[in-house]
Structure formats: C-alpha cells, structure tokens
Design a binder for this molecule. Sequence first.
Ligand SMILES: CC(C)(COP(=O)(O)OP(=O)(O)OC[C@H]1O[C@@H](n2cnc3c(N)ncnc32)[C@H](O)[C@@H]1OP(=O)(O)O)[C@@H](O)C(=O)NCCC(=O)NCCS
Length: 202
Amino acid sequence: MNAKFAINGKQIETERLVLRPFALSDLDDFFAYASEPGVGEMAGWNHHQNKQESMEILQRFVQQDKTVAICLKLDNKVIGSLGVEEYGLEEKLSEFFPYQGRELGFVLSKQHWGKGLMTEAVQAVINYLFDEMHLDFLTCGYYTFNARSKRVQEKCGFKPYRKLISQTRMGTEQETILNLLTNPRKNIKLQFSHPETLIYQD
Ligand SMILES: CC(C)(COP(=O)(O)OP(=O)(O)OC[C@H]1O[C@@H](n2cnc3c(N)ncnc32)[C@H](O)[C@@H]1OP(=O)(O)O)[C@@H](O)C(=O)NCCC(=O)NCCS
C-alpha cells in the first residue's frame, strides 16, 4: 500500500545540503533548473518554457507537501527536487498489500551533476523514511538510457525489481527499470506477483 506521507515542515541536514519543503519564494531557483533542456526530459517531463509554468508546478509542490527542495548549504540556493511519490499500480502489485511504501523521483540542476549530491540527498531521505517514518519499502525507477540515475539508485542500495514500459508526461513510452529497496531493519518477505515483468533476485 501507499504509505501516508507529508513533509510537515521536516528539515534534513546532510554534509552539503539542506532538504526542506518548497516555498513559493523558490520560484527563481526552481525555474533556473526546470527550464534547462535535458534535465526534466530524463525524468519524463518537458523542460519549462516560462516562469508561469514553473509557478503552477511550485504551487502544487507547496500544496501537496511531498516534494523536498534540495538546497545547497554553500549559497542557500535550491538546486533540485526529490519527490516522495505514491507508487503506481497499487491495486496490481499484491506483494506490497501488507506493506507501506512510496516511490522516489528526483532531478538536479545540470551544473551540479557528478559531485555525489543526489546520492547524498537520496540516502538521507531513505534513512529518514526507514528509520523515523518506519516505511517498509521504497521503489525508484529510471529509463534504461539514464545511466546516471541508475548509478545513484545502485549506490543507495536499490535492486532491479521490474522491467516495464512506462508512459512519460511527454506523451512517449520508455523502457523503464523499476528498482526496489526494502527496509533492512524489518523482516520484509515479499510474495511477488506478475512474473512476466519481474527481474528481482534476492
Ligand atoms: C540523475 C541525477 C539526479 C544524478 O545526480 P548526481 O548528483 O549527478 O549523481 P551522483 O553524482 O550522486 O552520482 C552519479 C553517478 O553516475 C555516474 N555517471 C555519470 N555519468 C555517467 C554515464 N554517462 N554513464 C554511467 N555513469 C555515469 C557518476 O560517475 C556517478 O557514479 P560514481 O559515484 O560511482 O562515480 C542527475 O544527473 C539529474 O538530475 N539528471 C536529470 C534528471 C534525472 O535523470 N532524474 C532521475 C530520473 S529517474
């Protein structure tokens, strides 16, 4: 099942980052990376064309309270986002019926790629969700051409779970690997359904 989740004012500090809720005053920073060609597209959405478009999404972030702003301590700028989303196919994936989980999704401003920052952010959010919110599992996906995202997920301990075709918000279809991470502090035993897309190995 999808776990209930809201950021609820929570801030997480890592070595180089502050993870916190978005505010409408983050518009300029948000637009700066959301409008960079080749950032959103790797996560399934077109880069933003204008600030109005970014403002509409930002309002949704603030209202829904499930997308964390990734803020660089060095200059206090928001350089990316990390969504604690509902996982899809909740009705079909019977292995998760007795368990509580969410799906992670993330993007980072291009100029900050390759410095280990997203791994730092994702790892901190995983620790929070498993150790303090006591979630049982997390999923996280990447399009098969997205080697950087694949690597971030590997470094955070995710294991390949299913190979699927997913619909992007750009109206295209992409081959996707969905990864899975179970809470190592719990004894989670999953009875997997739908063997036709399953690639998980214990
Ligand atoms: C995916 C993304 C979040 C990664 O963020 P990041 O901070 O650069 O990630 P990290 O630096 O923590 O790790 C990147 C890893 O990919 C590796 N990498 C970089 N380019 C690569 C390539 N072309 N092929 C394979 N691996 C590559 C890096 O070497 C690093 O691994 P290492 O630590 O073992 O050396 C960032 O590239 C991004 O925002 N991309 C666009 C949006 C996106 O793809 N979101 C994910 C959607 S599923």
